[in-house]
Design a binder for this molecule. Structure first.
Ligand SMILES: *[C@@H]1O[C@H](CO)[C@@H](O)[C@H](O)[C@H]1NC(C)=O
Ligand SMILES: CC(=O)N[C@H]1CO[C@H](CO)[C@@H](O)[C@@H]1O
Length: 471
């Protein structure tokens, strides 16, 4: 059917309160709006105010809808996103988030959209939307192996999942029906174990995700068969509902001149370096490491002898344990060879520069996509959520090298950092991995392929609108 013959849809987007989630929801909103559909993007006032500016030609198709976050005594004033809090306050943010139910329900009653796409957290939302005859999809901004690790939704909801100790997450789950070693390790299994347990918000992440899955007509997921078919197929089998891959949604390198004052000096420095010689180092905004581990990373970069560009931003929430001081005299000693960049940096532009030859990353899914788009070998240092599994998949496919860690506490030494970098950049194994990573850019950087996925996932929304509106 030609676009002009189709009825334009009204689609509500409702991400979890973390910018690592909000940004992929914005990106997907823009892609949907480009097809002539109307978006209502719902979040809290301060998050909406912190969104990147919408392109002028789409601004009229994307309504930004602010619903105030209920005040909770345990949260700091004005905290509306994970970057405004420390880890111990996460459950309180989830509790406040649950308080958005009445505001969102009113909005849905008044506007009666065709679809609502939401994140893992609002366990109450599918029922509300179903009652109003609104079609519902869980938009999973992370990949299939992470979601498949949670298992069948019914067990997540009932709490009958029998995995109760870290060891249970250190092997592939019993429903995995293909050969893989992908699993958590002792130092990062704790995150998954906690996700299975009820906490101060009153609900476990397992329960939230389970409810969201069973209440949805479909799961849309940022994944593609060309990179990894097995976990994606497993998800369909586990969940008995359409699993629609949106592709990897590789971002476009923006030509935003208003940020040139930041990019130009960085580019000038990269221009002076040899092709493929620089390691780009960035652990993401929400990973905080201890002072001791920061020192080891710095010394490791120094010991490696490799040129580097390190984005090291102070966490927005400072505590005594994350002061982020570099070792004494570090910047003088590495001067000329290494740059420590302490504010926002245009990651995608840096990764696209030909001097960059490797990416030391915490292994967030977006970072992996951005690194492999340009065929960069990854040197991985995962911490929480999906990062450990991502790192193991990357290692299994020989696209990256995980820095050796202490199994118990996940600590690493300057020597393990330096050795991993040298292995990646100079040794034969590194060369082999580099070739494979470069090859991978044909999938990750394939705009045609991912545009096709986007087209198909939007066609899915167009063709599967809820018909039974008289509940
Ligand atoms: C996706 O759809 C757009 C029209 O909305 C079209 O221009 C584009 O070529 C399509 N992409 C692919 C890969 O088919
Ligand atoms: C069992 C469990 O994960 N408990 C956690 C609940 O949340 C608090 C912080 O809000 C943690 O300190 C507990 O470890």
């Amino acid at each position: 059917m030609a676009a002009k013959d189709r009825k334009s849809l009204h689609i509500v987007m409702f991400p979890w309160l973390a910018f690592g989630h909000i940004i992929p929801f914005v990106d997907f909103s823009k892609l949907i709006a480009q097809k002539g559909h109307r978006i209502s993007f719902v979040s809290t006032p301060r998050n909406i105010d912190r969104l990147p500016k919408l392109p002028p030609h789409l601004a009229s198709s994307i309504d930004l809808v602010k619903i105030p976050l209920p005040k909770i005594a345990e949260l700091p004033e004005n905290a509306e996103a994970t970057m405004d809090i420390h880890g111990g306050q996460m459950d309180h943010l989830k509790k406040a988030f649950d308080g958005l139910e009445s505001g969102l329900t009113r909005f849905l009653e008044n506007t009666r959209p065709d679809w609502i796409l939401y994140d893992f957290a609002p366990h109450w939302l599918p029922d509300v939307a179903a009652r109003l005859g609104i079609s519902r999809a869980f938009f999973m901004i992370i990949n299939a192996w992470f979601l498949a690790f949670f298992g069948p939704a019914e067990a997540m909801i009932s709490g009958s999942d029998d995995r109760t100790k870290p060891e249970d997450f250190m092997v592939p789950p019993k429903w995995v029906n293909f050969e893989t070693k992908v699993a958590y390790r002792r130092f990062d299994a704790g995150w998954f174990l906690r996700a299975s347990q009820k906490n101060d918000s009153g609900f476990s992440d397992f329960y939230r995700q389970g409810k969201v899955v069973v209440g949805s007509e479909a799961i849309l997921i940022r994944h593609c068969y060309e990179f990894e078919p097995n976990w994606l197929t497993l998800l369909e089998e586990l969940n008995h509902r359409p699993v629609v891959p949106t592709g990897l949604m590789p971002p476009k390198v923006q030509k935003d001149e208003d940020r040139d004052e930041i990019w130009v000096p960085i580019r000038n420095w990269l221009d002076t370096q040899n092709k493929g010689s620089v390691i780009y180092v960035a652990l993401g905004r929400e990973v905080t490491i201890s002072q001791d581990q920061l020192n080891e990373l710095a010394h490791g970069l120094e010991l490696s002898g490799v040129p580097f560009f390190w984005v090291l931003r102070k966490p927005s929430i400072s505590t005594e344990s994350n002061l982020m001081e570099l070792p004494d005299g570090f910047e003088e000693r590495v001067s000329g060879r290494g740059i420590v960049w302490k504010s926002w940096a245009p990651q995608l532009k840096i990764l696209s520069h030909e001097s960059v030859g490797g990416f030391l990353t915490h292994c967030g899914w977006s970072s992996i996509i951005e690194g492999l788009m340009f065929g960069h070998l990854l040197i991985t240092l995962p911490f929480v959520v999906d990062q450990g599994l991502n790192s193991r998949v990357v290692a299994e496919k020989q696209l990256g090298i995980e820095i050796p860690r202490n199994e118990e506490d996940g600590s690493y030494t300057r020597k393990s950092v330096a050795d991993s970098i040298k292995l990646a950049m100079f040794e034969d194994d590194g060369k082999k991995f580099k070739e494979k990573a470069k090859e991978m850019s044909k999938i990750f950087g394939n705009t045609e392929l991912h545009s096709q996925y986007i087209n198909k996932s939007i066609e899915f929304l167009e063709n599967h609108k809820y018909v039974n509106k008289d509940i």
